[in-house]
Each structure stands twice: as C-alpha cells, then as structure tokens.
Design a protein around this ligand. Sequence first.
Ligand code: ADP
Ligand code: MG
Length: 386
Amino acid sequence: MKIHEYQAKELFRKYNVPVAESCVAFSKEEALKAANDLGVFPVVIKAQIHAGGRGKGGGVKLAANQEQVLTIADQFLGMRLVTHQTGPEGKIVRKVLVEAGQSIDKEFYLSLLVDRHTEKIVIMASQAGGIDIEDVAQKTPEKIFKVYVDPLLGIQGYQLREVGFRLGFPAPAMKQLYGLLFNLYKFFVENDASLVEINPLILTSEGVVLALDAKVDFDSNALYRHKDILELRDLDEEDPLEVEASKYNLNYVNLDGNVGNIVNGAGLAMATMDIIKNAGAAPANFMDVGGGATSEQVENAFRIILADPKVKAILINIFGGILRCDIFAKGVVDAVKKTGISVPVVVRMRGTNMDEGKKILIDSGLNFINAFDLSDAAAKIAAAVN
Ligand code: ADP
Ligand code: MG
C-alpha cells in the first residue's frame, strides 16, 4: 500500500528522519496559509499523487511570493498530472504539499527495499541522485551501490559508514547521515515497509542533511498489525474497480487487454491468462474468485468485469472443487440477469456437478458459448475478440 509524500514525511518526523518544514493543503487558501505559517519564501508547491516523476511532469514548482502560491496551488489542484510513472491517463491532484524552499548543494539517492533473493534488506544509494535517477540506473548502473543488511542483526555501524563513504559525504555531515539512515531502517522494519525511497536526499548549502522527497510502500499482508498506517490509505489513488473488488475479497488486478476472465484459484487464473495470450488475445484483468466462492461473490466478480469498458469478451474458466459448478453457474446467471450482457461469454467448466452447472447455463436461455477444454476455450475467446 502506497502513501503520499506528506504522510511519509509525517512518519519520518516521528522517527527523527530529518525533513524540511512543510504542510499539506487541500485548497489554494490553505496553501497560502501554509506558506504564511512557514514564514519563508521561496516555498515549493508539490502535487501529491501516488507516483514519482512529478518534477519532470510539472508537478513541483517554486513560489517566490504569496501571489505565486495562489496561482500555482490553483493550477495544481484538480489538474490531471501525467508523469512517466502514472501512465498516459495521469492522476488527478487533490492536495499539495507546501514546503520551505531549500538551497541545495548536492542531491543523493537513498532507498531501502526487501531483497527476496538474499532474504535481506538492501540499501541502494548513489551520488547521482535527483530527477534523472532512472537514466542513471539504465546507462550507468555502476553509479548505484548496494549494501545488504541482515534483518536478524539489524543495521550495523560499519554499514552506516560504508554508505556514508561511498556517497562521498563530507566529514561534518557524516553523523547526520548515520542518524538518518539508522532511523530510516528502524522505520522500515517497525512498519513492515516494502520500499522507502528518498530521492533526492540533499545536503543544503548550510551543510544540513534532509530527506527532500519520500516515497513509501507497505507490505499489504502486514497491514492488519498497523491500523495507524491503514488509516493513511487513499482510495482516490487506487483503481476504482480494484477497490470495489477488494470489498468482496476478490483477487482482482486490472490489466490492458480486452478479454475479461473469471477463474477460481490464482494458479489457474495465471494459466488462463497465459492461454489467452497464446491464442493471440490479451487479458483485461486477473480475477481469482477463490476456491470457496459463493454465488454472490461470483455475481460481484461478473459485475466488476462488466463495468470495465475495455472488456470485449469474457472467458469463464472454472474447476469445480470446493466451489461446485452448479453454485458457480447460478451466480453467473443471476449476475447476467441483473446487469444484462453485451459481450460474448465463453464458459469452460469442469469438475464437481459439472453437468448440473451446464444445465443451469443452458436452461437460463442466455447465450453462453460452451468450451470443451482449455485450448477450445482459448480458440473461441480469441475468435470472439479478433
Ligand atoms: P519527484 O521525485 O516526484 O520528481 P521531488 O520531491 O523529488 O519529486 O522533487 C523534484 C525536484 O524538485 C527535486 O529533485 C528537487 O531538486 C526539487 N525540490 C523538491 N522539493 C524542494 C524543496 N523543498 N526545495 C528546493 N527544491 C526542491
Ligand atoms: Mg523525487
């Protein structure tokens, strides 16, 4: 689960990770008040969306006086900000961060993430921080170094020093960096973060070290033990269909293709996406209704997929085990009767009560395309969309 920069910086303050003075604002009047409260100019107005690349996309601007604060806040709030991380559809800006402008001497890159391969927490850092870090990673990856921390031992003094030296930190600022990194590591572990990225980490011309940007992602599977973090969730930033699906415990991910699919079991769902691709079509979603789905859940799954305008045909692939085929078929028929259906639906159903399930589909009088096996289903769905 991602949070906004302003929320991450609030948490950083609690952990004594140094950040610049700032305040979030939901209107231009609030932005002006925030700037006046900071009592310094220039301030930097930063669009708050769950994506990076805001600087390059025009979502971070310097305001030299009150008038500019109003103009920029007015321009940002409500705008659709497109960055290389948002995709072409962009994201609507609903709040801005008003931050004291810093005189930057140098920008560094610093992040912590879980490395599944080594089963450690990896610190990634670079002297070449700032808005071009993706270019650095692609063209000169040797400029980014990694230090692996064993989670059982925690971060060690020599590792703090290694990061400081390899970043080429000047001696007087070194202690600040050690403190920042030590506290950041503590924040990461105590809150089950999966990613913490500070880009840029800056050294100001006065020699002060600050986290000038803050991107944090939490392990969703651990949120049950962090109620305070869960409260920071911003549903406006998430895909509305995915939010709807999560209400019914459906494992749903919206994708780019045009074949909607409903499957029971995550493994079968992935295999189904593969056969759709193999047949020359592309899945519009991943949808696992779960092994023990009820007919209401099937109905909700169907409704969510039908609400996706990209979907030009639907493939239902069910293996009747705990979820019996007749229960499933009833859910599908109920859903189609309620919502109506304008796209072809191919059904491949096998397992417990398969014949009863097929009978329910046929007796419904609705126009389902029956498939015999997986390859037959794939061929029929590809024919339906191509
Ligand atoms: P993003 O990573 O989404 O582009 P950042 O918060 O990193 O957004 O801001 C982009 C750039 O804007 C930074 O690299 C920095 O140069 C500048 N910047 C951001 N905040 C401030 C600030 N408070 N004072 C001065 N410059 C800033
Ligand atoms: Mg940044």
